[in-house]
Design a protein around this ligand. Structure first.
Ligand code: F6R
Length: 608
């Protein structure tokens, strides 16, 4: 997490850097700071809170800089506070540094530096880096880095400036994203190319311990051994429309309402209606040899993991291929056994989730090819995967994933169709499937059209402190996702269980103060989930059932019902999810929560 932005060039530096930083606020928003050089003077400003607050202060102080680095923080070491905000400084106060990532051996290094008489003023691991580099500095920054960097354990990206090196930005990246934007007479540095894409499309990504020394007109890059190297420049082909909320109160709500279009985009050019098959024209090199795929391994975190879980049901049902879904942060420490014939799919909205990337590297090191499913063009996953399918959902700004999730499900359903057609599914069945897929955008719209009713029901339950979700079959991972959404933006303790698991423990928690949300729109398990509803009602809890339109069997048995259009089973999680995203949103709104930027979270989890 954390966002880094740096700039040197002819523009108004403070304004350019803060504008860039705002585009990185999704990476963390506990505190923000800026440091720069004005002549040979190092100036800085940092404080707890969001970038707008920093901007007001910087403007009121009339800060003017010749070049600058800036940072938006998601706290890892040390609570969010003015003192822990970046930049941090070496003992001389001449070196200012901002950091994304985690230094795993910060305690030992701090101890060593303290023994040498160096005093620390913050609780951050970042201050250790600054003090360490400062300790080795004798006038040559590169030489100081050469000694200091090998002592740091962990994944990190750094940007720094030094009073004795006017005109220079210094950048370091080890397994954390940091990209150089090459302009005409100006140079940018950012954790995400999107933040400078409106100024330049020419990009050099740093990686594997590389160091860069940047001026407005020159770029020098060194490998981890600090030998000068040449790096290729890439042309960005991402869209650069700055996201706005439009008439919506929150980005999250806007993004929920963008889902019909996002589903259309995900389907676009992926269906051959005539043949009744899915196609993936974006694959550059790797043919998707469906005949040879014997099993799938899906790797992801959080909401993307839930998309993978749902897909495991649809792929197994439709294509009869076994699927394993792994949480990346667990998988990578497992010494995994991957069998020949495995197609590996890594799902990540941001393409920057550290654990997912580490899992991808592990899989690739074992000689397997990886398909990335990603929303952000130019992201690390898009660069490292052998092939990438882009969701084309447009930028997702709200920290909780909404439209990216349903787009992931749409694309994964296409993958199920693709694999199924190479197995037993007939062309006619494939054609029927595509017809149903094409109805998705309108069906999603029909749920959005019920937002007033969903808001009414949400208000009724917004005071609760605990909510249970149940589902069976692929509605169980849909329940997991619904619970995650609710807890994330409303801070209500929400948990999901497979319907059949309630009586193995969770029923003990049910009381007349509980709400059970039952995901019932799955015909094969309807009777069973109905019994689970009865068990919960017998303990006095209220029940909200998410049902297919026209469902009468539950009318007299539950307090509230929300209706979704009837569709094929494997598509139902998408529709159920949209209804429950709105439910979570309106509960959070009623509780006055910070919906777009929930406490303690960040959009891109680039630390392990
Ligand atoms: C929840 C949410 C997170 C992300 C997770 C993985 O709403 O957004 O759980 O899904 O951090 O992020 P990506 O998909 O970017 O790898």
């Amino acid at each position: 997490m954390c966002g880094i932005f740096g700039y040197t060039g002819k523009r108004v530096v403070v304004e350019t850097v803060l504008q860039g930083l705002k585009r990185l606020e999704y990476r963390g928003y506990d505190s923000a700071g800026i440091a720069g050089l004005h002549g040979d003077q190092l100036l800085f400003c940092k404080q707890v809170g969001k970038i707008d607050t920093l901007q007001e202060r910087v403007q009121s102080e009339g800060m003017v800089l010749d070049l600058a680095i800036a940072h938006t923080r998601w706290a890892t070491h040390g609570k969010p506070s003015d003192v822990n905000a970046h930049p941090h400084f070496d003992a001389s106060g001449k070196l200012a540094l901002v950091h994304n990532g985690i230094i795993e051996n910060e305690a030992e290094l701090k101890q060593e530096l303290k023994k040498k008489g160096i005093a620390f003023t913050t609780d951050t691991d970042t201050e250790v880096i600054a003090k360490l580099i400062g300790w080795f500095y004798e006038g040559d920054l590169l030489r100081a880095l050469k000694t200091a960097l090998p002592l740091l354990k962990g994944a990190f990206a750094l940007a720094m400036i030094h009073e004795e090196h006017p005109g220079k930005l210094i950048a370091v990246a080890r397994q954390s994203p940091l990209l150089i934007g090459v302009g005409k007479g100006e140079t940018f540095l950012s954790s995400d190319a999107n933040a400078f894409a409106s100024y330049t499309r020419e990009v050099i990504p740093l990686s594997e311990g590389e160091v860069a020394i940047l001026t407005a007109s020159s770029i020098q890059i060194f490998n981890a051994s600090l030998e000068m190297i040449e790096k290729e420049r890439h042309e960005l082909d991402m869209e650069i429309a700055a996201p706005t909320k439009g008439s919506f109160a929150h980005y999250t709500l806007k993004e929920i309402f963008e889902q019909p279009q996002a589903a259309r985009n995900a389907l676009l050019s992926h269906c051959d209606e005539e043949q009744g098959v899915a196609i993936f024209p974006e694959f550059r090199v790797m043919p998707l040899d469906a005949e040879f795929i014997q099993r799938l391994l899906i790797i992801a975190c959080g909401t993307s993991f839930h998309a993978g879980l749902i897909a495991s049901y649809s792929i197994e049902e439709m294509a009869r291929i076994p699927v394993t879904v792994e949480i990346a942060s667990e998988f990578r420490y497992k010494q995994p056994l991957i069998l020949p014939g495995t197609l590996v799919v890594a799902i990540s909205q941001s393409g920057e989730t550290a654990d997912t990337l580490a899992a991808v590297r592990l899989v690739k090191a074992q000689g397997f090819k990886v398909i990335g499913l990603c929303n952000v063009q130019g992201s690390t996953l898009a660069r490292e995967a052998d092939e990438t399918i882009f969701l084309k959902a447009g930028p997702e700004v709200g920290v909780c994933s909404t439209k990216a999730f349903t787009s992931q499900l749409t694309v994964l359903t296409l993958l199920s169709l693709f694999l199924a057609r190479y197995r037993e599914m007939s062309r006619e069945e494939g054609q029927r499937f595509i017809k149903e897929l094409y109805q998705l955008p309108n069906q999603i719209q029909r749920i959005l059209d019920q937002s007033d009713e969903i808001e009414r029901i949400a208000k009724k339950y917004a005071h609760l402190s605990e909510v249970f979700f149940i589902g069976r079959n692929l509605m169980y991972p849909a329940a997991l996702e619904a619970a995650l959404k609710l807890k994330e933006i409303s801070y209500i303790n929400a948990n999901a269980y497979p319907g059949g698991e309630l009586k193995h423990g969770p029923l003990a928690l049910i009381s007349p103060e509980s709400l059970l949300v039952a995901l019932t729109a799955h015909e094969p398990t309807f009777d069973k989930i109905q019994s689970n509803i009865q068990e919960v009602k017998a303990r006095g809890a209220a029940v909200l059932a998410i049902c297919y339109e026209g469902e009468k069997r539950l009318e007299a048995r539950v307090e509230d019902q929300l209706f979704i259009p009837r569709t094929r089973g494997v598509l139902t999680p998408i529709l159920t999810t949209v209804a429950l995203q709105l439910f979570a949103y309106y509960i959070a709104k009623e509780r006055g929560a910070s919906i777009d930027q929930p406490r303690n979270l960040a959009k891109s989890v680039s630390v392990e």
